[in-house]
Design a binder for this molecule. Sequence first.
Ligand SMILES: [Mg+2]
Length: 474
Amino acid sequence: MKVSFGAAIYCIWQERNSRLHGGTPTHKRDILHLIIDKIQSRIRFLHLHDNHSPRSLQVALHFNIPIHLKPDLIRTCSWIKPPVGVAKINTDASLSVNGASLGGLIRDPNSVLALFSIPASGDDITILELKAIDYGLSLAQEKALIRIWVESDSLNAINIINSQAPCPWKALTLLDKIYLGLADFVDWKVTHVWREANSTADFLSKEDCPCKGEDIPPSSIPISLKDIIASDSAGFHKPESLPINFLRSVTGTGAVHSDGVSCQSWRLAVETYNIRDWETVPESCETYIGNYMLGDRYRKDSKVVANEAVLYAESLKLGGDGKDVWIFDIDETTLSNLPYYAHHGFGVEKYNSTSFNEWVALGKALALPESLNLYQKLVHKGFKIIFLTGRNEARRNITATNLNNVGYHTYEKLILRGSSDVETSLMYKSRQRSNLVEEGYRILGNMGDQWSDILGSNIGNRTFKVPDPMYYIA
Ligand SMILES: [Mg+2]
């Protein structure tokens, strides 16, 4: 429209000047062609994007211009369930002649975890919306939730938090508080939702909400709200396709990936050592691997491995001379770097030693709960624990601190790679295990997330492979 308007004005103005200075008048039909020519030459070089609609198709054909037609997306206005392992916080604020109030509720895919409906002060609706989000975050912290997804129907408040809109100075302190609150969660995202999909929070934020409280027990949800919650749940059963890694957009949903290869099959092949020497997770499997790692499936898979290891260990009779050892790898076996990988594409991004070492230096890796449980049982049984890791000797102190902080308090040895240990992980670990055997240790169990942890020489009487579809170490 703007281009046509500009071209029309330009041509009419040229004609006006020509006539004013004694030029021959141009026929109106020719002026019209001139205008169309100008429009076409101007927009031919534009990269136009529009929805795939009859109107945009007509424009493209009429002006003979390239236009990238996007599929016509159908927007759903239903509440979308969070993926397993993620709690969703819906919040809202309302303002009336009698004052302001905030409301919200926290749900996992199957149930309501917490609700609030509280009075508030202030008359700026954006600030009140931010206050509601802040309150929802503190309630989620109280409930010890670790992965959250915040939704509000205030686009302004969401844009402020996501740094896409300036924050009013009056709300700067509050915004800082929200950022501090968000930093407490392992993963989070904050998104806008249409009002129709935020009706539960809307209900709770109303001044006349029949249930008021800072932490209303889910057992006392009023019937009218129960109905809304039920229709929310029934609204859209498909798991959210962009669940955990909030930093990039991805295509494909759930376990199926867009070029027809199942990410589930890829993971199985990786875990069974049929696919080897792979460099990164296929890009189209990022969502799937993210879902797997952060959902309960990874934990269940790890639990099966740990349970088998416990059964095996309990069946053994130890020598009692302090030489019966169990070897544990560290990264993704005893310690989890999931908070790091969650922000680096779950293995889709190429390994970056600089940023990974920065993460290691924080000493904030989590314990893998199933491995910690196994470790405790082994220690109790009288095993000597040996940590054998590909981490560099330079990271000995922070690794020891990290292990200790998350519960691995006692061990026989912590073996790290020296600067001269330049061979592959498989060779390095084999050599270290041979040294242990020479020292008289009996390796009864050996557990790692990489095949290179459990192949080679002196692998131990039994090996256990914990899942790790995020990276491959030879
Ligand atoms: Mg490892």
